[in-house]
Ligand binder design. Structure first.
Ligand code: MN
Length: 130
């Protein structure tokens, strides 16, 4: 058993870039342990992940702000603090902030992540679609 007090000891916040659009910061809670990784991720307005899949699924828990999550082939769905999302294994999706607000979520990722292309501006919802 292991207890993490708040944030992984000795780690600094990381500015994410190559698999995201916009400015995204990640704070490590649990570095990959037995295949599970936990990060607290903050998306600045307009920022989002690229399209991706989690081999064994992912849990998102929204802590602050407002955001979006979107499964390939479906409409984006609004996220608010207190919301929990289960992303099934192998389901291609993206998540991020809205155009005008931050979003912070805890991301519990199980197994490796496979990354694809950026979420294009045409795929990213405007405020009017909320
Ligand atoms: Mn994900």
């Amino acid at each position: 058993m292991r207890i993490v007090r708040g944030h992984a000891e000795g780690t600094a916040s990381v500015l994410k870039s190559d698999t995201f659009v916009g400015t995204v910061w990640a704070d490590s809670v649990l570095p990959t342990t037995d295949g599970t990784t936990i990060n607290v991720v903050t998306f600045t307005p307009g920022a989002r992940t690229n399209w991706h899949e989690h081999t064994d699924g992912q849990i998102l828990q929204v802590l602050a702000g407002q955001g979006w999550v979107c499964t390939e082939g479906e409409a984006p769905r609004a996220l608010l603090p207190g919301d929990t999302v289960w992303v099934p294994p192998g389901e291609r999706h993206w998540h991020g902030a809205t155009e005008t607000t931050l979003m912070t979520h805890t991301a519990i990722s199980i197994g490796p992540t496979r990354w694809y292309g950026q979420v294009r501006d045409e795929e990213y919802p405007t405020e009017e679609s909320r």
